[in-house]
Design a protein around this ligand. Structure first.
Ligand code: ATP
Ligand code: MG
Length: 758
């Protein structure tokens, strides 16, 4: 039979199993997704199941599209009717039809994104007379989201302590507002579907009849509400077919729980378990490397995994000088591989954090090599990066109305649409740009203007900021100017809402800060020009035959002949957030495992000697995971690369033995220890966690004002002056000083380095 042809016996057993609860547990590349795809085709063609009785859940909508194409190819016919998509998209479809059963909603309900959610939670806090400084909206939202993914409604939410009691009240009000808006957030889509079923047995029954066969890919990454949904839908017929691999569970931060596999086994005691043990993707060497890495995780069930692809090429571990050198190495290696007959599209370049894509993208752009970026905005296209650049552009050129429009109310400073239009008109009338008009207003309170007192206050506050920045722009290195802007606008709290996405946005800003500080000798104008050129080149989209750049998380389920994993350093992979948490560390290891097992033929692991990331330049420490690779799967460092010469020439200009050249204090011996690539097996002392550092600095910022009105102070550039006012803002102190030469300036104490003169 065609469908079973090209499958091994275990796969065949899974594809053709009698309908019932079936659990396929197997390592990467063993054909789980392939089996699931064939199973759908088998159900339809061999068992005569109507396509509309099948619901297949994939991890992304993209995966669903690919699966649909594969099945259509397999069957040579249309798969119309099969419900295929993510949990969210499946639930939306059910809710669109059935939402009338939920009190307060009608079928035109809208889905609120994270910005909308923030507004709603703020409103809820306001309605409850709660201070949103004390009860941060992001914290409240994250509590609500966790509750929803655990299937806990506001009524059920346990008010175990004071904060939980508040969260419960906010959660309740938050839901009321959503309902009043006929809106749901993302978590609601799942939770409400479960609630719909629980409250309406007849509706559930109809869907149980409709979706008689349920299949779930990447089952290890389901969370509780998703699990409960599957459980309910399959309760009647129990035709539930799930495939997964606990070792590849990498979405704990979204509430995924690989223990759902155990729950499944308990739930369906008669479930048939099928193990697949042959890997068809990778060479023996790559598998050996991956197995050696994952073996170090405790609390896991050992699975057999073998391949017939004996031998293979050893893994290359390359130490680049810094991140731009690393990018260059990747690009050079791709050039070499394509010269050897490989296609650029065979290559994937993976990284742990989104911010790392910046240096890589720049290397591709410099080389004129098109690339595809998966699942993310190109670095210079990201909202937060554009915001910050808009600030710098406006400071450089206050006539830039486009940049002004972008940031006038970002972060929110109570300058709404009407006021913005008024500014435009007013500026035109007096013959200036909007920013100039605002700066003028701030400088001269006697100017006639059309603004309400409230609008005027907001505008002149912003105008003061602009005046301050423009005054220092030529005297200050770009990096410091950027710091000042970030600090005085409190941009971080705007962009970083304590969610992983927020943290990643902030990392992008800090990454840009790193670019700026490297350009310390460049003028603001030159810096902006550089950035504009890269951002523009950015538009060249790579076609299908271009290397793919993606995060390790986004790489799940995919495969590529050649895989680069970059930034294999402690603090990046494993991420600094995981260094003191065993469970997080185990998850980082799984992530590295997922990365390695994407590769078919070749793996390159790169790290830097010295990395500027998240605002700090420091000697990098090789990832502890590298120590787990057996020596015989790794290519010796000596037999490295053409581009290595380039790295080396840069490295020789750096004097290893001269402590004066050492990046900073104690790191000299670390520098030496990490020099020869072959020494990656010695455990290195941990550096202070890099990403944690700015955090610490923020926290150690004064909580009490250091300066008082009337004090005399000296500033490095502005000279002597007198403190007019000082107040605490966020984590910093904002000091307004009248300088005898430079006039009145508003400064952030932590950056201004004011010296007290009495
Ligand atoms: P992951 O855990 O990474 O999601 P997986 O278990 O889902 O992996 P698949 O992606 O289904 O694995 O399969 C890996 C590769 O092996 C695919 O290219 C697939 O076509 C191929 N493959 C699977 N089974 C066989 C087989 N019996 N014969 C030949 N190739 C196979
Ligand atoms: Mg798969």
């Amino acid at each position: 039979m065609d469908l079973l042809h090209g499958l091994n016996p275990a796969q065949r057993a899974a594809v053709s199993a009698e309908p019932g609860p079936i659990l396929v547990l197997a390592g990467p590349g063993s054909g789980k997704t392939r089996v699931l795809t064939h199973r759908i085709a088998y159900l339809v063609t061999e068992l005569g199941v109507a396509p509309w009785h099948i619901m297949a859940v994939t991890f992304t909508n993209k995966a669903a599209r690919e699966m649909r194409e594969r099945i259509e190819k397999l069957m040579g016919g249309s798969m119309r009717g099969v419900m295929m998509g993510t949990f969210h998209s499946s639930c939306v479809r059910i809710l669109r039809r059935e939402v009338d059963h939920l009190v307060g909603y009608d079928r035109n309900f809208v889905i609120f994104d994270s910005d909308d959610q923030k507004q709603v939670v703020k409103q809820a806090l306001k309605d409850l007379n709660l201070d949103d400084k004390r009860f941060q909206p992001a914290k409240m939202l994250s509590g609500i989201s966790t509750a929803k993914s655990e299937l806990v409604t506001a009524e059920q939410y346990e008010a175990a302590n004071y904060v939980a009691e508040i969260t419960k009240r906010v959660y309740k009000r938050y839901q009321e507002i959503l309902i009043a808006n006929n809106a749901m957030d993302f978590d609601d889509l799942l939770l409400n579907t479960v609630l719909l079923f629980d409250g309406n047995p007849d509706v559930l029954r109809a869907y149980q009849e409709r979706y008689q066969h349920i299949l779930v890919d990447e089952f290890q990454d389901t969370n509780s509400v998703q699990y409960e949904l599957v459980k309910r839908l399959s309760a009647l017929h129990q035709h539930i077919f799930v495939v997964g691999d606990a070792d590849q569970s990498i979405y704990k931060w979204r509430g995924a729980d690989f223990r759902n596999i155990r729950r499944f086994e308990k739930q369906f005691p008669g479930a048939r378990q099928i193990l697949l043990e042959q890997n068809y993707r990778s060479t023996q060497l790559i598998l050996d490397a991956a197995k050696a890495v994952i073996k170090r995780n405790s609390d896991r069930v050992h699975k057999e995994l073998f391949t017939e692809r004996r031998g293979g090429e050893r893994l290359v571990i390359h130490e680049a000088y810094n991140e731009s050198d690393e990018g260059q190495y990747v690009v050079d290696s791709i050039a070499m591989l394509t010269a050897q007959g490989r296609e650029p599209g065979d290559v994937a370049v993976m990284y742990r954090t989104n911010a790392q894509s910046r240096a890589l993208e720049e290397a591709f752009i410099r080389a004129g090599l098109p690339y595809r970026l998966v699942g993310a905005q190109r670095f210079y296209g990201r909202r937060e990066v554009k915001d910050v650049i808009a600030y710098l552009r406006l400071i450089h050129n206050p006539r830039d109305d486009v940049s002004f429009g972008r940031i006038i109310n970002v972060p929110k400073r109570a300058i709404g649409r009407t006021t913005q239009m008024q500014i435009q008109q007013y500026a035109q009338q007096i013959g200036f740009s909007s920013a100039e008009a605002v700066m003028l207003l701030a400088g001269d309170a006697t100017l006639p203007h059309p603004f309400s007192a409230r609008a005027f206050n907001a505008l002149s506050h912003f105008g003061n900021l602009l005046n301050g920045w423009v005054a220092v722009r030529d005297a200050m290195p770009v990096g410091e100017l950027l710091d000042l802007v970030l600090e005085q606008t409190d941009y971080r709290s705007y962009i970083d809402d304590d969610t992983p996405e927020g943290a990643s946005r902030w990392e992008n800003v800090i990454e840009l800060r790193g670019v700026a500080s490297e350009a310390d000798d460049t003028s603001l104008a030159d810096f902006l020009e550089q950035v504009a050129l890269v951002a523009d080149a950015d538009r060249t989209e790579g076609g299908p035959n271009a290397p793919t750049l993606l995060t390790l998380h986004a790489a799940k389920g995919l495969e590529f002949p050649i895989v680069f994993i970059t930034g294999v350093e402690d603090g990046i992979l494993p991420h600094s957030r995981s260094l003191d948490d065993m469970e997080e560390m185990a998850e980082e290891r799984r992530l590295f495992y997922v990365g390695l097992t994407r590769a078919e033929d070749r793996v390159y692991l790169t790290r830097t000697f010295r990395r500027t990331l998240w605002g700090n330049s420091d000697v990098a420490v090789p990832s502890r995971f590298l120590q787990d690779l057996p020596a015989d799967v790794v290519e010796s460092a000596a037999g490295s690369h053409s581009s290595r010469q380039q790295s080396q020439s840069r490295m020789t200009s750096w004097n290893w033995s001269n402590p004066d050249n050492a990046p900073r204090g104690r790191s000299t011996h670390r520098a030496r220890a990490s020099r020869p690539t072959t020494e990656y097996r010695t455990r290195q002392p941990l550096p202070p966690s890099r990403s944690a550092q700015p955090e610490r600095e923020r926290q150690s910022a004064p909580i009490q004002a250091q300066f008082k009105t009337g004090q005399r102070v000296r500033h490095g550039k502005f000279g002597e002056g007198i403190v007019i006012e000082s107040k605490l803002t966020g984590n910093d102190e904002e000091v307004t000083v009248a300088f005898s030469a430079a006039g009145i300036k508003r400064l952030a104490a932590s950056f201004a380095k004011l010296e007290l003169l009495e």
